[in-house]
Write a protein that binds this ligand. Structure first.
Ligand code: SF4
Ligand code: SF4
Length: 379
């Protein structure tokens, strides 16, 4: 790197009591940039290059992300780098499994897609009570242990979207090496994230954070909440506050950000190069912004799409995002233009209140209720 530009490096944290260090910021690959409905590989590859140059070398993908394209993208792009220069995590989609044989079939497909040879971390994806029972029935943990013994997996973990009691049960059942939970300043109390964090910390299990900005919700915020941050420091983004909040927690090993644009990545890299924990005064600013945001009545949708597809075709996250924009001050006239531009089946007014989506939402959002509110708003 003699003549090359010297790139500021992200702060790292040792992994447990080992020589291994991990960047405080990881690249979540569930929201890669898109163009014409497909992954915009040109931009995404530039983002990978930028991340790697800054030492942000932890990549988190899953079988289901971008309908499989995320893992394939990893295979096409990360394989250009020496394998030991990056960490890769992917996940077994318990929700899609139909039999025990799927363990091997899906895992081999993941190895083929990612061309990685092995996974630094391998998780059971989206555990909750139902999926944990299914994973036990299909002996997924036994399979993962076997792959670990064969050197195809380095460390085992799971990602979680469920009740606290279930998390406790699963966490205590095995010496997991990393567990991914949703953590951000909005969910800290709202979704009992604090208690989830405490359960894992007590067991000595490092935490990987997903949705630190609640799928962009904590970037968009409400005008009142934004004003609080701008007044405290006009030179930093709302995203940087959210990321620093979670990264300041001592048992957070890594914070994943599902970055969709180069500018987002540049901003996030700035936040972590170097990383500064929040001061007490800054914690108070977050509390103030949160209070202002709650007053706006915005829906805490992360855009994860776990609720989709809707049997009649309603585009749930799109409708909720529009509602949030209205609550955030977008004039109704403008919002209605966007709403009317959606095909009729995608509009909230097509909802037949079957409730199928509500059961699948990790944020426990009462989706049919909001679909009715949206349909009434745009009538
Ligand atoms: S409740 Fe409405 S939005 Fe949800 S799955 Fe049923 S029809 Fe679709
Ligand atoms: S409604 Fe729930 S499941 Fe659907 S996109 Fe939003 S947060 Fe995800």
């Amino acid at each position: 790197m003699d003549n090359a530009e010297k790139v500021t490096q992200v702060t790292r944290r040792p992994y447990r009591n080992t020589d291994m260090t991990m960047p405080r910021l990881g690249f979540g690959m569930m929201r890669l940039p898109e163009k014409d409905g497909k992954v915009d590989e040109e931009t995404a590859e530039k983002m990978v290059a930028k991340a790697m140059a800054a030492g942000c070398n932890y990549f988190d993908t899953a079988y289901m992300y971008h309908d499989g394209e995320s893992e394939r993208f990893v295979g096409r792009v990360l394989s250009k780098y020496p394998r030991e220069s990056y960490y890769l995590t992917t996940k077994m989609p318990i929700v899609m499994m139909k039999s025990e044989a799927d363990n091997e079939r899906i895992f081999n497909e993941q190895l083929e897609r990612t061309r990685a040879g092995y996974f630094d971390f391998y998780f059971m994806h989206w555990l909750n009570e139902t999926h944990w029972e299914k994973a036990k029935q299909f002996k997924t943990l036994d399979f993962m242990k076997k792959m670990q013994a064969e050197g195809k997996i380095r460390r085992l973990g799971f990602s979680f979207h469920g009740e606290l009691e279930t998390l406790k049960k699963i966490a205590e059942s095995y010496p997991w090496e990393l567990v991914q939970i949703q953590l951000n300043y909005l969910d800290w109390e709202l979704c009992r994230s604090k208690e989830q964090y405490d359960v894992l910390t007590k067991l000595g299990i490092p935490v990987s954070v997903m949705e630190p900005l609640k799928g962009g919700t904590l970037v968009r915020l409400s005008p009142e909440a934004k004003k609080v941050f701008e007044k405290a420091n006009p030179n930093v983004s709302a995203a940087s506050w959210g990321l620093r909040y979670v990264a300041s927690l001592p048992n957070v090993q890594i914070v994943l950000s599902g970055m969709s644009a180069l500018e987002q990545m540049e901003d996030n890299l700035r936040t972590f190069s170097p990383f500064e924990p929040l001061t007490d005064a800054e914690q108070k600013v977050i509390a103030e912004a949160l209070a202002a945001y709650r007053k706006s009545g915005a829906v805490p949708c992360t855009g994860c799409r776990y609720c989709s597809p809707c049997p009649v075709g309603v585009d749930i996250p799109r409708n909720l995002a529009l509602l949030n924009q209205v609550k955030g001050g977008l004039p109704l006239f403008h919002a209605k233009l966007v709403y009317d531009a959606m095909s009729e089946d995608k509009r909230a007014s097509s909802c037949v209140a079957c409730g199928a989506c509500k059961k699948k939402c990790p944020q426990s959002i009462d989706i049919p209720k909001y679909m009715k509110e949206i349909a009434d708003t745009f009538k």
